[in-house]
Design a protein around this ligand. Structure first.
Ligand SMILES: CC(C)(COP(=O)(O)OP(=O)(O)OC[C@H]1O[C@@H](n2cnc3c(N)ncnc32)[C@H](O)[C@@H]1OP(=O)(O)O)[C@@H](O)C(=O)NCCC(=O)NCCS
Length: 407
């Protein structure tokens, strides 16, 4: 199989988009490609090209991601696809290698992605770092038994106001939650709040609602509505929440109260919620909330020391461990980590390790989302039981990692 692997230039974007759509089984709509192109980083794109034909696609968004108690630059891997005519011949493998070399060269310590299938990326050293829940509840069972009073006001705003005023609330949440990606104005306008939101293509909306106290926006929600009927002609309207962020508990309660108060709605769905969402604890009848768990963010260590120094640890301690990198030399090595509430130092060492794990498993525990003891029980991690317990206490964090947006 002959091809050239290189970034694309702007003139190739339409053909790149077409190749990617073909890989995903979509039809490329050139008239709707403007948003995608606006946030696209051409110099970080990658395509396998054979003559005139684009065989595969990949890209990277340059993000800053929050960690427990900190933040670091990460490479947000995206646009991954290989034409169905050219699959299982190593093109993805070649793109993954090239990307990781580029990520290392840029000095980013971690690569991050959302996977279309969870079977794909483990072999390349990506581990499941965060999970999410999809909520679904009938409005007739959505009574709240708990919640703080809120003396602010909830009001509808237009898209321009949302683009202007929501970032401040997002940034307040951002700092307190591992797994959030930074958003610049272009991102807000063309990815988070696009004029035509593909996630809601079969809905009316999006509608933008914000919660304010004394003129300050403390939270917001965006949702769409659709009106299917049941087979026997009963209304079955559905409200789908695609954004809901609150900088304070009162704002969170106010926004859910608002959502559950929208008339003519039969069922409410909310996507991309964290595992420790407050909502189940607010409901009078929490079992009525259907909660579907799935993986969200996957992380791939590229520079282990820099990555582990970019977070804080819940307990003071020192760990010595081996990282195996089955896909290359990016993460391979023996490390000693001294971490605590104020930060960490991580260096290569020759000392005896007390446990060993693969790059993917280090990605999985990095934000406090997975435990080493669980991974040991799964046969993925080997080591001294006391050392694994200590490592779990150090890596654990007071809030669950949350990546509230697919990229
Ligand atoms: C996923 C995809 C990019 C894989 O590309 P590819 O060029 O066929 O992958 P490779 O040939 O490099 O495969 C490497 C290995 O991964 C395995 N693999 C790749 N994709 C797989 C999948 N979807 N399911 C199971 N195994 C898969 C291959 O069998 C191969 O295994 P081997 O080394 O043991 O032979 C391609 O199938 C695709 O475009 N799928 C649809 C779009 C999509 O899901 N993109 C991912 C977005 S996150």
């Amino acid at each position: 199989l002959e091809y050239q692997l290189r970034p694309i230039v702007q003139e190739e974007f339409q053909r790149f988009g077409e190749a990617n759509s073909t890989a995903f089984g979509y039809v490329w709509r050139p008239d709707r490609s403007e948003d995608a192109e606006k946030v696209f980083e051409f110099e970080r794109s990658l395509a396998a090209i054979d003559g005139d034909e684009i065989l595969s696609t990949a890209g990277i968004f340059s993000f800053e991601m929050t960690t427990p108690g900190g933040a670091l630059p990460v490479a947000g891997v995206t646009w991954v696809g290989v034409r169905p005519t050219h699959r299982r011949r190593g093109i993805l493998t070649a793109m993954m290698r090239r990307q990781l070399d580029d990520v290392r060269e840029r000095g980013e310590a971690v690569a991050a992605l959302w996977a279309s299938e969870s079977v794909i990326y483990g072999r390349f050293g990506y581990g499941m770092a965060a999970q999410q829940e999809t909520f679904s509840i009938l409005r007739s069972h959505s009574a709240l038994a708990h919640g703080l009073p809120s003396d602010g006001r909830t009001r509808f705003v237009d898209r321009e106001t949302a683009i202007e005023q929501w970032p401040a609330a997002y940034e307040r949440v951002w700092a307190g939650r591992p797994g959030f990606m930074s958003r610049n104005e272009t991102w807000w306008r063309h990815h988070a709040l696009p004029e035509r939101d593909r996630r809601l293509s079969d809905h009316r909306g999006p509608f933008y609602v914000q919660y304010e106290e004394a003129g300050e926006v403390l939270g917001y929600a965006a949702y769409g509505v659709q009106d299917p009927e049941t087979a026997d002609g009963q209304p079955a309207s559905r409200l789908t929440v695609v954004h809901l962020q609150a900088a304070t508990h009162a704002a969170n309660c106010a926004l859910w109260r608002f959502i559950f108060g929208v008339d003519l709605v039969e069922r409410i769905d909310a996507w991309w919620r964290p595992l420790d969402d407050a909502l189940p604890w607010m409901l009078a009848d929490p079992r009525r909330l259907t909660r579907r768990v799935s993986d969200s963010l996957w992380l791939r260590p590229v520079d282990v020391s820099a990555m582990l120094e970019a977070r804080r640890y819940s307990f003071e301690g020192q760990l010595t461990f081996d990282v195996r990198d089955n896909f290359g030399d990016w993460a391979e090595g023996r490390y000693v980590l001294e971490g605590g509430a104020d930060g960490a130092r991580c260096r290569r060492t020759r000392a005896e390790p007390t446990f060993s794990l693969e790059a993917a498993d280090l990605g999985a525990i990095f934000l406090g989302g997975a435990r080493l003891q669980t991974l040991a029980a799964a046969g993925r991690v080997q080591g001294d039981a006391a050392a694994l317990r200590q490592a779990d206490l150090m890596f654990s964090w007071s809030v669950a990692p949350w990546c509230p947006e697919v990229f």
